[in-house]
Design a protein around this ligand. Structure first.
Ligand SMILES: Nc1ncnc2c1ncn2[C@@H]1O[C@H](COP(=O)(O)OP(=O)(O)OP(=O)(O)O)[C@@H](O)[C@H]1O
Length: 255
């Protein structure tokens, strides 16, 4: 399986020529423009392969995204969407392939890459005993950003002084999204960002996506439902070949 998402061929028609005329036969000096290599995309992911247990979950996955673009990762449960996000975030080493940022190997320096990335996993990762404001204070200080602005963008200011344990599932998701905003990172990697959000919160998410993309940011999101990301490309991961559970037990995958 080789799965690839990327822009269409921008050089369509480049090989066309005007019909020959009499002038073509006269000797003349022609200025030949210096040939330029095609600009590399901001994020270029090539040929990623990942094993989980004995199973090849991702096999030759590639994608290319430029500033301001968005990609939806879709596919059945277990297809490897979260796994791919974690590879792109530098949280999991792939067995093969490359992640290039502005043409440079992004995974060679994980610390530098972490500063480019705002990653939202399935867990909202809030400390239950701390208030929402306290939960956001540290990441805000680290990124030099304003926690109140981030909370306001997700309509969380009225909840700022509540302990995180008192927040509902959707409110916790909004808090986790506030941390993404706070990070001020160009690459947003979001695992099912709309999980638990009501209609109004999806509207807030739409505004955040739009603002981030207009500022040149990239959004990559896994999802099983439509997301408010107009013009997003889609990379549909096909999923692993079904393996009989009994056979997996024999292989020791669940040990
Ligand atoms: N700890 C683990 N050890 C071995 N295999 C794992 C482990 N965690 C997940 N897997 C396997 O990796 C594969 C990909 O899982 P992943 O979570 O990336 O899928 P997904 O596409 O995000 O699924 P979903 O839509 O359910 O969120 C699955 O087949 C899963 O069984």
């Amino acid at each position: 399986m080789t799965t690839q998402a990327g822009p269409g061929n921008k050089n369509a028609g480049a090989g066309r020529r005007h019909p020959a005329t009499a002038a073509d036969h006269k000797p003349r000096t022609i200025a030949i423009p210096a040939s330029r290599p095609p600009a590399s995309p901001l994020l270029n992911v090539e040929n990623i392969s990942v094993f989980r247990g004995e199973r090849l979950v991702l096999d030759g996955v590639g994608l290319r995204l430029d500033a301001g673009e968005a990609l939806l990762l879709t596919g059945p449960n277990g297809a490897g969407k979260s796994t791919l996000l974690r590879v792109l975030a530098g949280l999991r080493k792939p067995e093969g392939g490359h992640v290039l940022w502005s043409g440079i190997d992004a995974l060679a320096d994980r610390t530098a890459h972490a500063e480019r990335v705002a990653y939202l996993g399935h867990q909202d990762a809030l400390k239950p005993g701390l208030t929402l404001r306290e939960n956001l204070a540290l990441p805000a200080r680290a990124a030099g950003s304003n926690p109140d602005q981030a909370m306001e963008s997700l309509d969380l200011l009225p909840l700022a002084d509540l302990p995180a344990r008192m927040l509902s599932a959707g409110q916790k998701r909004r808090a986790a999204l506030a941390r993404v905003v706070l990070a001020r990172a160009p690459l947003w990697l979001l695992d099912e960002p709309s999980l638990g959000l009501d209609t109004r919160s999806i509207g807030l998410l739409e505004t955040l996506f739009q603002t981030h993309r207009e500022a040149g940011g990239i959004v990559i999101a896994t999802t099983h439902v439509p997301l408010p990301l107009p013009d997003a490309r889609t990379l549909a991961l096909p999923g692993a070949i079904a393996v009989d559970a009994a056979e997996e037990l024999d292989m020791g995958l669940w040990s």
